[in-house]
Design a protein. Structure first.
Length: 413
């Protein structure tokens, strides 16, 4: 990733670039930064935050793995610090640019500026990695009206009968029994972006989880009669919690569904990982169940232009989350906060969350509400979709693969 950033930095801040009439030099290490000398350097962001969990402390206190109830890592009193680090050390980043730009631990960027005082760096500009390639959009026949249905957060449990009723209405809709058949016949795939069940295994045993999986299995079996399904796991589903999450195991489901797990039926029923990247009729889609954006939200309170202090819960809007989705595309890192505050498998050589190319569609599940935005990154266009939690909103997203337009279907009791 540093090589990608370095390439863009050299192009932007070349040998002819000057700052206040002085030439700007590249520093190989952040600790080489000198006072009064304009320069740029590359490193990883590290956020020191008052309420950010510390894994070592959790292990010492025997609380590792407990539910994370923290709504925000940010200290409203302003004690949080943003630093740039590399193998040599860290330097504190300061300036208006820092207060107005989203930063999270793990992102790799280049910064331009000069040392303000010992150990601090006044940031005047920021450079992100060089643009990624993107395959051309497929050409579709003008009569091709196929769509992909996106849904997340079914959250089935035995204590909320309304969710089962809403699931039944969803099934009737997808089977074309309560709507126009023409609307359903064009759906070429249903993608479920995690959190299908919300059941706990406690001292009473796994009965609640078994019942919820039984209901989910019935729903999948019925829908598969007419629509292929890709099933992703989520944070609440019975699989490992560390990203990338592995597919749900066939042993979790009823006998009638297990034959569909065979490789020969993959086109009909595909149990996949989270995150999940796939191609449908030439259209490349990248989907994740939402843990990355939910965690990044805890790092960042939306910047207030008027400087007014407002309740952070009111600021957590769909537009704010789309901003953070946009950031992950600019950073070219789907989950930069892993493993600091987001559980992940340890990887030595490769980071599975670094993007090698930009998708056409970027969908994030289990969000508070629906939202969409078209992102233009130096000529590469990405359609971002915030897929709402179905159990609380009753919303399904239908994506037209030809026009990339979206429409919402509301399932209400």
């Amino acid at each position: 990733m540093k090589n990608r950033v370095r390439k863009e930095c050299i192009e932007r801040w070349n040998d002819d670039f000057k700052l206040n009439g002085e030439p700007v030099v590249m520093k190989q290490k952040v600790l080489d930064i000198q006072a009064g000398q304009p320069c740029w350097a590359i490193g990883s962001i590290y956020c020191e935050m008052k309420y950010k969990p510390n894994i070592l402390e959790e292990v010492i206190n025997d609380t590792y793995g407990a539910p994370d109830l923290t709504k925000s890592y940010t200290d409203v009193e302003g004690t949080d610090e943003v630093m740039l680090e590399d193998e040599s050390g860290r330097v504190l980043l300061v300036g208006d640019y820092i207060s107005k730009t989203p930063f999270v631990t793990g992102t790799v960027i280049g910064v331009l500026g000069m040392e303000a005082e010992a150990g601090t760096f006044q940031v005047l500009d920021i450079c992100y990695p060089t643009p990624l390639p993107q395959s051309p959009l497929p050409k579709h026949d003008k009569h091709d009206n196929r769509k992909i249905a996106l849904i997340s957060g079914l959250n089935l449990n035995s204590t909320s009968p309304g969710r089962l009723l809403k699931l039944q209405l969803l099934q009737e809709f997808l089977l074309g029994r309560i709507c126009n058949d023409d609307e359903i016949i064009n759906i070429g795939k249903l993608v479920i972006l995690g959190d299908s069940v919300d059941a706990k295994v406690d001292e009473k045993g796994p009965g609640d989880m078994i019942n919820c999986l039984e209901e989910l299995g019935k729903f999948l079996s019925n829908i598969l009669q007419s629509i292929p399904i890709d099933l992703m796991p989520g944070m609440k589903d019975p699989t490992d919690k560390s990203l990338p999450q592995q597919p749900l195991h066939k042993a979790l489901f009823r006998d009638s569904l297990r034959p569909l797990f065979e490789e020969v039926n993959k086109q009909l029923f595909n149990v996949v990982t989270n995150p999940y990247c796939f191609t449908f009729e030439g259209l490349k889609l990248l989907a994740i169940a939402g843990q990355n954006i939910n965690d990044i939200c805890k790092y960042i309170i939306p910047y207030q232009e008027d400087g007014k202090s407002e309740d952070s819960q009111l600021e957590d809007t769909v537009d704010h989350r789309l901003d953070l989705m946009e950031c992950t595309m600019k950073w070219q890192n789907l989950a930069p906060t892993a493993p600091d505050t987001l559980w992940t498998y340890p990887y030595k050589d490769d980071d599975p969350f670094l993007l090698a190319e930009w998708p056409h569609i970027y969908a994030v599940g289990n969000q508070p509400d629906f939202g969409t935005r078209e992102l233009d990154l130096k000529g590469r266009r990405i359609k971002m979709i915030s897929v709402p939690e179905f159990s609380s909103t009753g919303k399904i997203v239908l994506l037209d693969i030809k026009t990339l337009e979206t429409e919402i279907v509301n399932i209400e009791l």
